[in-house]
Write a protein that binds this ligand. Structure first.
Ligand code: 72C
Ligand code: ZN
Length: 371
């Protein structure tokens, strides 16, 4: 397959089983990408990520620009070498984090001036600067510099913001000089269907290797996203990957795959692992509950990850209550393994004509409540 080629092998309604070719190898979709904001997927080594079936790791322009700086990472041989990850890396463009993390100074057509949340130093990111940072990092998939509007937003704010995001996409595209990197455009448009379709028309009119849906999972009631997705995702170019940014729970993944989404990222599995929430094939487990104090069973009897093969709920509860680092590591290994297993089985189900059955199985299982 050629660089950037997206080959659809099978479909089931809007769901697709496909392969995206990147400079660091093929990505089998639907895919869940592990979030490695500061050049590490928290608490896991690259070997453990691979063992869990991780294909793509995310990095971030905003965080890595502030520390250690993309020029330093470039001097160290680029982000792959720096973090010892030889698979595909996708980097977010930093817009979302500037708006959500920093004390924003001001925003203009040119770009965004902000103060670092680390030391208050002044910085400026524009579409051109964001592309330069991501190319210095050696990213395989680069996200266009966009404005991710907060929720709720007025129609006027949505229209102005998506027009800016479109103009910034054109500047992002014109600033791309690294042919190994694939640029994805980001569709905005808030939570209104007509704005979403208008933004999709604009963004997808630019010929790119892939397109993302941004502006979701920003505090809106999640059902609004579920209601919009089936009307938007299937209308995006069928021969290009569709990436739903920042989503989501296992249930969200299944619902979005069913609407035609191919790629996902979310801090959920790693973040909730560190505070003791475990995803299993029978719903969520909160390891700190007293009922697990002397429970010899694995987190999930249906899981074959390193954690479930070697440790009991009693031990993992003890580690969590003791604030032991190993607790974070073992819980994260399980949650990442679980997410990757859900996606691996989804790929097989679509390929083998079993998607409806697998979808309904997952939605029922994931909804089960702890006794
Ligand atoms: C959680 N909900 C959510 N995240 C979103 C993102 C950022 C996604 C990145 O932010 C981090 O999650 C907070 C993840 O770790 C890194 C590595 C930073 O990458 C992921 C978005 N990014 C852009 N450019 N545009 C968007 O409209 C957008 C919407 C999102 N909704
Ligand atoms: Zn497990």
């Amino acid at each position: 397959m050629a660089l950037g080629e997206f080959k659809v092998h099978a479909t089931a309604g809007n769901a697709r089983r496909a392969t995206l070719m990147t400079a660091h190898g093929p990505v089998q979709t639907p895919v869940f990408m592990a979030v490695g904001t500061k050049a590490t997927v928290k608490a896991m080594t690259p070997e453990e990520l691979k063992e869990c079936g991780t294909q793509v790791v995310l990095g971030n322009t905003y965080h890595l620009h502030l520390r250690p700086g993309e020029k330093t990472i470039a001097k160290m041989g680029g982000l792959h070498k720096f973090m010892n990850w030889d698979g595909p890396i996708l980097t977010d463009s930093g817009g979302f984090q500037v708006f959500s993390l920093s004390q924003l100074r001001n925003m203009s057509e040119e770009g965004v001036e902000f103060r670092s949340h680390l030391d208050g130093a002044k910085h400026f990111i524009s579409p051109e600067k964001s592309m330069e940072i991501q190319m210095d990092l050696g990213s395989d998939i680069i996200m266009a510099f966009d404005e991710c509007l907060q929720y709720p937003a007025t129609d006027d704010q949505i229209e102005k913001s998506m027009a800016l995001t479109y103009r910034w996409l054109l500047r992002s595209r014109d600033a791309m000089t690294r042919k190994e990197s694939l640029l994805f455009g980001i569709v905005q448009g808030g939570l209104s269907l007509n704005h979403r379709l208008k933004s999709m028309e604009q963004i997808c009119s630019v010929d790119l290797p892939g397109y993302a849906l941004g502006g979701f999972s920003v505090g809106e009631p999640i059902h609004l996203m579920h209601e919009l997705l089936p009307h938007v995702a299937p209308k995006m170019p069928a021969n290009k990957p569709r990436y739903l940014m920042g989503v989501g729970t296992p249930t969200d993944l299944i619902i979005a795959i069913d609407s035609g989404i191919d790629m996902f990222d979310c801090v959920m599995p790693t973040r909730v692992a560190r505070n003791g929430t475990i995803y299993t094939w029978n719903g969520k487990v909160s390891i700190k509950r007293a009922e697990y104090k002397e429970d010899p069973s694995a987190l999930d009897p249906e899981c074959d990850c390193y954690t479930c093969r070697n440790y009991s709920k009693a031990y993992l509860r003890h580690l969590f209550l003791s604030g032991e680092i190993l607790g974070s590591r073992l819980n994260t290994i399980h949650n990442i393994h679980f997410y990757m297993k859900v996606m691996e089985k989804a790929r097989a189900a679509i390929a083998e004509g079993r998607w409806e059955e697998y979808k309904n199985f997952c939605l029922a299982r994931f909804a089960k409540k702890e006794k």
